[in-house]
Ligand binder design. Sequence first.
Ligand code: FAD
Ligand code: UDP
Length: 413
Amino acid sequence: MREVSLRDSNPEHAGGGASNQPSGRQRGFDYLIVGAGFAGSVLAERLAAGLNKRVLVVDRRPHIGGNAYDHYDEAGVLIHRYGPHIFHTNAQRIVDYLSRFTEWRPYEHRVLAQVDGQEVPIPINMTTLNKLYGLNMTTEQEAADFLASRAEPVEDIQTSEDVVINGIGRELYQKFFRGYTRKQWGLDPSQLDKSVTSRIPTRTNTDDRYFTDTFQQMPKHGYTKMFEKMLAHPNIKVMINTDYREIRDEVQHDHLIFCGPIDEYFDYRFGKLPYRSLKFEHKQLDQEQFQAVGTVNYPSEDVPYTRISEYKHLTGQVHPKTSVTYEYPSAEGDPYYPIPRPENAELYKRYQKLADETPGVTFVGRLGTYKYYNMDQVVGQALALYKRIEEAERGPAASENAAHGQSLAEQAP
Ligand code: FAD
Ligand code: UDP
């Protein structure tokens, strides 16, 4: 990673490796990328290393990594500034790609929910049901029968309320989902697309992992270290503390890739796309361990936060102190979550159409495409966009090589 001053937007002066075979014009950059999170960093790396493009990445925050940014706090504990980020995926090609920039540490996330004065596993499983109802079920069939006896079939499942009530009934819905969702989104589950609560399955076995993906590992030295390696290419310049609006007229570039909010780019022409925000309260505690698992959820509306996460479970760090983060949902603040509901999807479609009609700019990432994506999905989206760019430049055959691990530019002569 290199940081350049605004005055030095010519990569020749910034000491970049672009002098080999300059593509595009001599001055300025081939690509200006707004946002140094997963979307922007993956594209910067691919365009620089795969197509020898000269890339400037800007981010208005004082760091790279976007929402996945992690750092050591004053106590020396590795924490995630924007809440717990657990990497999980079923896509081996995404693991293969990221493994170029990091080693991994196995970690399977476990979450407990505080319900009726007890801490019980979420996703709901056989153990959850046994604990809550004082039962002693031992077979999956028993648990399935129990849930079936409580489920209240909903004919046309549309909302986040429908999908849960249909699966497990109103009582469990109220204990685990209603309050949490109302706090998290500022909306009742009946006002949210079914995709939101569908993220959380129900299990009839005793599997108490939050995710069941084939790959569940954390970057061994943290996310930020991984991003540093990704952006370390000599063709890539990075400017942090820099809003796109400050530099858009000063930095010459052929293409723009925008990973910020799409409605902001268009000056909210059709109105604001709703995003949900969070306030993070980070605490350092003078004790070795705070809670039994990485995250404890608090569905009750009497508790103002949704969850507490303790990072040492995620990172495996051994330290006499520990650090935790409380998440307080909020209408104001940085845009963290696109809000999945039909009217928002309609508004996004209008922006998407405008984006399609606007030459020279491509939108990508969770904010750029208004999609409630996990990290691996954003990496997948960015790699797919890169593939399209590569094919447009070199034809499909070259991109096939890239998909198998190396682009032509990286192959030995
Ligand atoms: P971002 O990381 O948001 O990056 C966009 C960047 O663009 C930001 O850094 C922003 O500062 C910058 N930017 C925006 N506008 C401008 C501008 N005008 N000028 C300059 N810079 C600008 N995913 C998982 O897979 N597992 C998890 O456990 C997980 N946990 C999460 C927990 C929380 C609390 C949140 C909020 C998200 C979580 N996610 C998780 C999702 C994950 O954070 C995202 O999928 C991923 O970080 C999105 O990457 P991105 O590049 O699209 O966006
Ligand atoms: N959810 C809930 N209770 C829980 C956990 C999740 O109601 O104990 C609902 C809530 O609406 C939440 C959604 O399921 O926003 C998705 O949960 P997830 O843990 O995937 O949220 P994220 O990690 O993306 O914030």
